[in-house]
Design a protein around this ligand. Sequence first.
Ligand SMILES: [Fe+2]
Ligand SMILES: [Fe+2]
Length: 196
Amino acid sequence: MDEVLDKINNDLRNSLSEKRYKHSLGVMKKAEELAKIYNIDINKAKLVGLAHDIGKELSDEQMLQYVRENNIEIDNVEEVNVGLLHAKIGADICKKKYNFSADMQDAIKFHTVGNENMDLFAKIIYVADKIEEGRIYKNEEKMKELQTVRELAEHDIDEALLYEIDSSIKYTIQKQKLIHPDSILVRNKLLKERKN
Ligand SMILES: [Fe+2]
Ligand SMILES: [Fe+2]
């Protein structure tokens, strides 16, 4: 195992709940699979897949303290849904602790609500997070949608991402929660670029 990967693996095993740790391993595995299909750096995909939720189990208070102490900007949706900050915080932790490059940090930053500036690497991490093999929903419709994204991801990452963004916006509306504008921006961009 790569030295940094080994270190992240140890850190996560010792700090995350078993459920989240398993999810992280699942995302690493799925990111590796997708990296092979789309010809991107497999090692980078594994590192980011494994580390993406490193900030996820901090409490709201800890997240707010972290962003204050590390000069991370917080937007008006994150002010309400503090948990969203785990993406920005995770990117910052990985930069400082494991020396992650800018594109690796961006993939972590963008993994929760998406972003207009996602590159292929960030798209793969976003999708891998949503479709890793451990994801199971009780809701039948959600399970069907998950299966669709899994199939799309095997040959068209943009379509997989668009489908996933649409379904997450749909559930956000159903729950009457705030939609992050970045989700809308990436959706519009994907639709404009769509090859018909
Ligand atoms: Fe996450
Ligand atoms: Fe995740």
